[in-house]
Design a protein around this ligand. Structure first.
Ligand code: CAA
Length: 379
């Protein structure tokens, strides 16, 4: 057993940490306040080769593994969770299904420009009436000649409006339930494809979350992703890996909050000594650090399993469940360490606490992770 990151992974971490601290962190608070997405940051990530970390070079990727990808999401989220999820949705939710189920032509046409960062990806599964019960979707796609005509809407779409390439799921055979669902690739600008309400959110406020709408939107048959009728499987398998990306985001948020709390606790003096040297705070920091470390290990383990081609669905759900919960706990404790100051916008910990909450909700709520894990453990 080897817990050592490779030299390449260590170098990647250092490179991303420099980029995150110098280019992403300085505007994180302002972008959060203004609910402003900055495409330039995505473009900079593209220049650094971060927009296609796990895809082979033949598709414009960096040819690295999923541990490297998790390190990237973690380091970005350590300073700005919105930037972390931009990369995560782009890579895990849009890139992964195209890489895994796409034809060679689809990979060259869609995955390559995404990996090169010329285009951004998004994923559309959730609908107003179907969240946890993803199989209950109502969006339809009917074959008409050589085209499918899509009607319906999807909500809570991360990267919505900004992304150029959307992996969306629609019912092609209503009689067959989950087996009557198909995945499609839809490009921004396709007639009948438009953007609806932009959500105003508690956290990850500089990541755009939009409704996407299909009104007689015609997409060519060639844009079917995977087999007709296999869409639910594509959606579920995509989430298996996506959840690990969210775990990495949660680890990053928790680490960012822990680092801020440690720095503050060493500086802040009460009763004649730094609060870090007082047991109430020192022990809290010990618990926070232990939780972050455990969450990171689970997260990297799931990513390693996927990279090795071994089953990883259970570990991925576990990493998301555990890391999401500890991110919420650690960020709440970080606010506590800062006391009254932590509750103000003068310090970043209130943002970390707001950002952490979503990791317990999206890509399957914690309750859905428990459902997935319990089914796998007991089957
Ligand atoms: N891999 C492969 N196949 C899978 C699978 C997986 N992980 N999970 C399910 N399937 C298959 C099953 O084998 C079954 O196929 P068969 O009938 O051939 O056996 C079929 O899919 C139906 O499966 P279930 O009976 O398990 O389906 P279910 O209705 O009970 O639902 C669920 C399962 C786990 C609850 C699922 O609906 C689910 O994951 N819900 C949560 C949805 C979710 O995570 N949404 C997040 C949206 S994306 C988001 O948040 C993105 C963002 O913007 C960041």
């Amino acid at each position: 057993m080897n817990f050592q990151l490779t030299e390449e992974q260590e170098m990647l971490r250092k490179m991303i940490r420099d980029f995150a601290e110098n280019e992403v962190a300085p505007t994180a608070e302002e972008r959060d306040e203004e609910e402003r997405f900055d495409r330039e940051i995505f473009d900079q990530m593209a220049e650094l080769g971060l927009t296609g970390i796990p895809w082979p070079e033949e598709y414009g990727g960096a040819g690295m593994d999923y541990v490297a990808y998790c390190i990237a999401v973690e380091e970005l989220s350590r300073v700005c969770a919105s930037t972390g999820v931009t990369l995560s949705a782009h890579t895990s939710l849009a890139g992964w299904p195209i890489y895994t189920f796409g034809t060679e032509e689809q990979k060259q046409k869609f995955l390559r420009p995404m990996a090169e960062g010329k285009k951004m990806g998004a994923y559309g599964l959730t609908e107003p009436q179907s969240g946890s019960d993803a199989g209950g979707m109502k969006t339809t796609a009917k074959l008409d000649g050589d085209e499918y005509v899509i009607n319906g809407s999807k909500i809570f779409i991360t990267n919505g409006g900004e992304a150029e390439i959307y992996v969306v799921f629609a019912v092609t055979d209503p009689e067959k339930g989950a087996k009557g669902t198909t995945a499609f690739i839809v490009e921004k600008g396709t007639p009948g494809f438009s953007f609806g309400k932009k959500e105003r959110k508690l956290g990850i406020r500089s990541s755009p979350t939009l409704e996407i709408i299909f009104e007689n939107c015609r997409v060519p048959k060639e844009n079917v992703l995977g087999e007709v009728g296999e869409g639910f499987k594509v959606a579920m398998m995509t989430l298996d890996g996506g959840r690990n990306g969210i775990a990495a985001q949660a680890v990053g948020i928790a680490q960012g909050a822990l680092d801020a709390a440690v720095d503050y606790a060493k500086e802040r003096k009460q009763f004649g000594k730094p609060i870090a040297a007082q047991q109430g705070i020192g022990f809290k920091i010990a618990d926070m650090a232990t939780k972050v470390e455990a969450a990171r290990l689970l997260t990297y383990q799931a990513a390693w399993l996927e990279s090795e081609g071994k089953p990883y669905g259970k570990q991925s759900a576990m990493s998301k469940l555990f890391a999401g919960d500890i991110a919420m706990e650690v960020t709440t404790d970080a606010v506590q360490v800062f006391g009254g100051y932590g509750y103000t916008k003068d310090y970043p910990v209130e943002r970390y606490m707001r950002d952490a909450k979503i990791t317990q909700i999206y890509e399957g709520t914690q309750e859905i992770q428990r459902l997935v894990i319990s089914r796998m453990v007991t089957k």
